[in-house]
Design a protein around this ligand. Sequence first.
Ligand code: FES
Length: 117
Amino acid sequence: MKNNKQQNVFAELNIFRGTNSTKPEFQTFKVPFQQGASILDALIWINDNVDESLSFRYSCINANACKECMMIVDGQVEYACLKKLQKSGSKLEPLPNKTLIKDLVTDIVPPKEKLLS
Ligand code: FES
């Protein structure tokens, strides 16, 4: 007999939260696991369904053209739009060598392109 019940599988993302002026902490979110989904897909799902204050950056959505979604995934620099969501979950952190703005967003504007004050 065929079982038509769909099993919900979730992955846990342990995400850095905070700014330069707040005490940093990690917050865990459960996201629906879908084969082939990216870390960016999961972040957008969290933003749409759980916490709209979660900050991360992207522009081209899975085209790997803008390079804005770069972050640390399980200790490695990755593009969130290319890195696949794992059933076992992941730890997400902002880039360590850039000025933190909020959560996973860092100042990625090259110094030569910044406006003079
Ligand atoms: S969202 Fe543009 S490179 Fe990842």
